[in-house]
Design a protein around this ligand. Sequence first.
Ligand code: ADP
Length: 404
Amino acid sequence: VKILVLNSGSSSLKFQLFNGNELLSLATGLIEQIGEQTGHAHLLCTLPERKKEEIKRTLAIADQGEAISVMIELLQESGQLAHLDELSGIGHRVVHGGESFHQPVLINRQVMATIGELIPLAPLHNPANLTGIEATMDQAPAIPQVAVFDTAFHQSLPPHSYLYGLPYALYRENKVRRYGFHGTSHHYVGKAAARFLQRPFSELRLVTLHLGNGASAAAISQGSCRETSMGMTPLEGLVMGTRSGDLDPAILFYLARETGMSLNELDQMLNKESGLKGICGDNDMRTITGRIREGDRQAELALDIFCHRLKKYIGAYLAVLGGADGLVFTGGIGEHSAEVRHRACLGLEGLGIQLDPEKNTLPSSGTRAIHHPGSKVSILVIPTDEEREIAAQTLNLISSFPRP
Ligand code: ADP
């Protein structure tokens, strides 16, 4: 069994090849600057017993179709895949499944048409995802392909969580509602937390925090997502690397009136020039914590704002769930920044959340518990692995549709 996972962006293609039912990672790769004069392709063999063999290429790659061909060449050259026919399935990450997709689906013409219809909800991502699917369907028509949606895990939100306080007709007619993102990651770390705690996922109440460049929180109970912080788009919720997260919507009217900023400028400002970057000029948490160590006050302020918002969401989601069994940190920041975890949990002892300062700062890259023995809530750090989860869901789905 070999499963290939693809994440197609507008000018990039990320891929990872897995082997066997245990989904051992064989190789990962990235093709960038697709459509530009010079593109870059890179593959790394990830088998633990092999030395980390790398292949790099610089060449013009006109479109996703050519990127797929380059990817196949690299996989063949690495010796990890002799022929496309060796693949049991291909899993595609698709950002927006709207209300149409509650779980992964086997891709056919109808599914592709629906992903296309959802483009207005994700104008940057869905077209690129769809182009990637079309290119692979062209080159590997006989291989079953599965779409795994970032929004699917959040489709279990009840109406009182997913509806905004807006005229209801906007939901009915314009699909305005909370969809939530990072669903594959929240689902993956939720299940991993259950395994770690040796409890059934269906019996746990969990608050999961995915803190990467984009950041989101989720409240999970009985194996389903009940609330999440990203909204109709990934802009809502936590303060992020370059995105503002929550704000008073009237700020936009005020800015448009006072400064004459256009819709595009406001969009750019909220998505690309706000968040940590807007406050202190840097969006990378490593740089920010480094600046703080040198006494930089503006970087300190950015981290304070980031962690304060995070703490507000933890409190809110404890209320949504009526208490929690576990609090899970994941994503680049959640996995690696002891400082962020410390600040987010500080003062929450009254809510049953108590970090163990030593366990929190112990260097480790694996799944671990970092709470004090007296903490009511287990506090876990769990490295996310969205590609593996997409591979697992792909394998699971194709196993139920035997190949002719
Ligand atoms: P993406 O959302 O692009 O997948 P990641 O999940 O890789 O991003 O997270 C990127 C963030 O993680 C960056 O802000 C980066 O600074 C932060 N990060 C990575 N390693 C560390 C570390 N050792 N300490 C603090 N922050 C870290």
